[in-house]
Design a protein around this ligand. Sequence first.
Ligand SMILES: *Cc1c(COP(=O)(O)O)cnc(C)c1O
Length: 430
Amino acid sequence: MTDARPMGFDTLAIHAGAKPDPATGARQVPIYQTTAYVFRDADHAAALFNLQEVGYIYSRLTNPTVSALAERVAALEGGVGAVCCSSGHAAQIMALFPLMQPGCNVVASTRLYGGTIQQFSNTIRKFGWSAKFVDFDDLKALKAAVDENTRAIFCETIANPGGYITDLDAVSAVAKDVGLPLIVDNTTATPYLCKPIEHGATLVVHSATKYLTGNGTVTGGVVVDSGTFDWSASGKFPSLAAPEPAYHGLNFHAALGGMAFTFHSIAVGLRDLGMTMNPQGAHYTLMGIETLGLRMQRHVENAKVVAEWLEADPRVDFVTWPGLASSPYHDRVARIVPRGAGALFTFGVKGGYEACVRLVDSLTLFSHVANLGDTRSLIIHPASTTHRQLDEAAQIRAGAAPNVVRLSIGIEDVADIIADLDQALARATA
Ligand SMILES: *Cc1c(COP(=O)(O)O)cnc(C)c1O
């Protein structure tokens, strides 16, 4: 394998980050279930702690199984480095951590995973950070929301609860214009459908819990760095481009260039916040990613068949899959997610709240769970679960009105998925 010819997505998904194990020749990435690593001698230990030499010290910082996963996801996203975390929510904090100081804010899209809205609205305030939520289709409002204390712009590629695609090209142009990093949560698209770095993203975050692992076995997260942002240009990012007191005054940008974010995230972020991925979880995610391309292909194929079938059904009010010609975001599909518009969308059931609850209870193949991106088809009724704390007006604004259910279409035989929806819709609307 040489640098001369770039390898394709499916090849990288299997091989990136995974050389035969140097100790045993093991072909699959071993689970290095160890906390610590023996130093060759005192000089070696000192060099590792000084970041003069890259190596393993303690598994809160780095672990060979977890590093293999970081390298693989970085390769798939087209980044220079990545850091794996204990969950997708941990990855979001890890992405913001080197960028923010107390009093700083992030400008975020209104169309986000519900848990992210919660994390950004309330919990980050305890760090002295805040978020401003804006409709990212209104680029003027997005630009106007940026103030002198803004340190990042945050959005999702295909946004929850589904059916919306962010115009990453337009949003990254605004970010560039105001000199701020753009962080894109690419969980629901995966790098198979979209590589946000190619659309101008600075950092990409993932919940590895979803499609990357793909089978509902792991909780994990990843932050990928494009390596392209000049952290020194504005004076706004002292953790990365001024002497960092949390790491004996090291200037990460001056010392490490494009790897500043990744090294800071390990040397300070994981060291002090400790939101580390475990090697067992990393191993499951590595195995999941080997088939990411094949799975995503089937996920989007099935989603198309199901969305078109639902749209033609008189028991259904509307379907939000962006690949449908009726979607207001249909034009963005070819540009942002050319291989398919994802497998996560909502639809409206005639008969409202009661019919939705009956539908969910009547399905037998679909699982009623608060998850997405599984090989299994999943359903949730947001108004009675994830969005039940919101009043009806807020539910409607969030795309989670009482008559809306969300599907995460799996990779089963599509005829079986449709048969299950058909019988459950019959019971729900009888
Ligand atoms: C699930 C999810 C998260 C949070 O990830 P966890 O692994 O559950 O912490 C963040 N963003 C999106 C889009 C998600 O689907």
